[in-house]
Design a protein around this ligand. Structure first.
Ligand code: GLY
Length: 276
């Protein structure tokens, strides 16, 4: 993790905690923390989102709250800085859970969300050209996410991403899929995932971790068990933020590193890139 990334995580944790301390909902704290990370351009989300092999930046995001199990998501959205806010608006302003592609972008524009260049001028590349293209590999996948618990006892989880390296145009990962990249239920807990989405989808990791929390497993035990299943069954790689409704939490990963942090308002936020 770079020093600017660490400073950004630190600032995001402070903003999230202070919102909760002032009585904001877990949903709003989660959204606002993710907006800081999207805005920074330092992670693979928002201004820093990866481009697909045709050079176009298509992003995914989702958010969920655990009291009424409300959720919203966008997939393959283009040309905005804050997909997480588009996801919240899907949740709050429509009776749907997921909007995708150009109509997700049109929805975000209707609500006047801040724009950014998407690289859409590249989209006419032929498929033969796209299939031959290779991008230089990035060091870290860097999907951003957050989980939070508010004073009412409600948990929330969210995530936002530009996807992974070497993505075909139109590829969608785990992040906008409720139960895969994100889940939140006051009767079990909140989970936000980072890592290679293809594996996370096949194991439905976020819901699988919540199911174990509901059976009484600790956040550490639930995260470890499901990440081990992901690794051993399908050679997947991922990291998880897990928060129980009683405040216990875990940050666990089966990647070499995962930039993350936490704060309960005491002392200063803890930020690191190895949590084992
Ligand atoms: N976890 C992010 C993605 O696979 O798109």
């Amino acid at each position: 993790m770079t020093a600017p990334q660490a400073a950004c995580l630190h600032a995001a944790l402070e903003i999230g905690y202070h919102l909760l301390d002032q009585g904001a909902s877990a949903l709003i704290a989660t959204e606002q923390v993710i907006r800081v990370l999207e805005q920074s351009g330092l992670f693979n989300a928002g201004k820093g989102a990866n481009r697909q092999l045709d050079g176009v930046r298509r992003m995914d995001a989702s958010i969920m709250e655990g009291q009424a199990l409300r959720a919203g998501a966008v997939a393959s959205i283009e040309g905005i800085v804050h997909p997480i806010t588009a996801a919240r608006l899907v949740m709050e302003e429509t009776h749907h859970v997921l909007l995708a592609g150009p109509m997700a972008t049109a929805f975000a524009r209707h609500f006047k969300l801040e724009g950014q260049r998407s690289g859409a001028q590249n989209r006419r590349l032929s498929y033969d050209t796209i299939l031959k293209r290779k991008q230089s590999r990035r060091d870290q996948h860097g999907t951003v996410g957050a989980v939070a618990l508010d004073r009412s006892g409600t948990v929330a989880a969210g995530a936002s991403t530009g996807g992974i390296d070497q993505m075909l145009p139109g590829r969608v990962g785990d992040t906008p899929l409720i139960g895969c990249g994100v889940y939140a239920d006051n009767e079990s807990g909140a989970v936000s995932m980072t890592g290679i989405g293809e594996g996370i989808i096949r194991v439905a990791v976020a819901k699988e971790i919540c199911n174990r929390l509901a059976l009484g497993k600790s956040p550490v035990a639930a995260a470890q068990a499901v990440l081990k299943k992901l690794e051993t069954r399908i050679n997947g790689t991922a990291g998880a933020l897990v928060l129980a409704p009683d405040g216990r939490f875990a940050i666990r990963h089966v990647t070499p590193r995962m930039a993350a942090g936490w704060w309960d308002g005491k002392g200063t936020p803890t930020v690191g890139d190895q949590f084992q």
